[in-house]
Design a protein around this ligand. Structure first.
Ligand code: CA
Length: 218
């Protein structure tokens, strides 16, 4: 899952990038609200983690602009503005969640998982599919009760497909989930991970849809 972090504090920002990367997210990091808005008009991530006190454009303006253009992007506000009025204003401006600094990285990742669940219309913390159980918190997979070892990138692809059963995801979309802006994309990486996933989970689990990409059937 791809997260855009907008945070101008260098220490905090790098700690969040490390924590989210360890939790299995692909993270891009911007320090300026204006840059974030420009980036978001080209390419939407799966989740936005947004500070409020930012150079360029204030985080509240970023949030209002996003919602004014009808973006449904899930947004978690991460801020030192801790009054009840601030929290109400943030949520009413379209934030999905609001976390006050200082915060615990474990709580941040748990809240992001909760947002992803709601977006997927799920109440259960694990995703089940025909004998396969994916646990986003533990980053673990079992098939018919047996634990299956997968690389973090293969897990990220599996998660993306399981989140949208019946909807094909293109190779380009899967590459975006695997790689941040600065990273070079290895050619064939997606095909290689799909091959491994099929080997471990069964050929029929992931279908190739000609011209559209890969899909896990509903
Ligand atoms: Ca700030």
């Amino acid at each position: 899952m791809r997260v855009l972090l907008v945070e101008d504090d260098e220490l905090l920002g790098s700690a969040v990038v490390d924590g989210l990367t360890q939790a299995g997210y692909t993270v891009d990091w911007l320090r300026d609200g204006g840059q974030a808005l420009r980036a978001l008009s080209n390419d939407e991530p799966d989740l936005l983690v947004l500070d409020l006190g930012l150079p360029g454009r204030d985080g509240m303006q970023v949030l209002r602009d996003l919602r004014a253009r009808s973006s449904g992007l899930p947004v978690l506000v991460l801020t030192a503005r801790d009054t009840v009025e601030d929290r109400i204003a943030g949520l009413d401006a379209g934030a999905d969640d609001y976390l006050v600094k200082p915060f615990d990285l474990g709580e941040l990742t748990a809240r992001l998982r909760a947002i992803a669940r709601r977006r997927g219309g799920r109440a259960t913390p694990v995703i089940e599919h025909d004998g396969l159980v994916f646990d986003p918190a533990a980053r673990s997979v079992t098939l018919d009760g047996e634990s299956i070892a997968l690389s973090s990138r293969a897990l990220a692809i599996l998660e993306a497909l399981l989140e949208r059963p019946g909807i094909p995801l293109s190779r380009e979309r899967l590459e975006q989930i695997l790689y941040g802006w600065g990273e070079g994309v290895e050619s064939n990486a997606v095909e290689v991970h799909i091959h491994h996933l099929r080997k471990k989970l069964g050929k029929e689990r992931i279908r190739t849809i000609r011209g559209l990409g890969y899909m896990i059937p509903k």
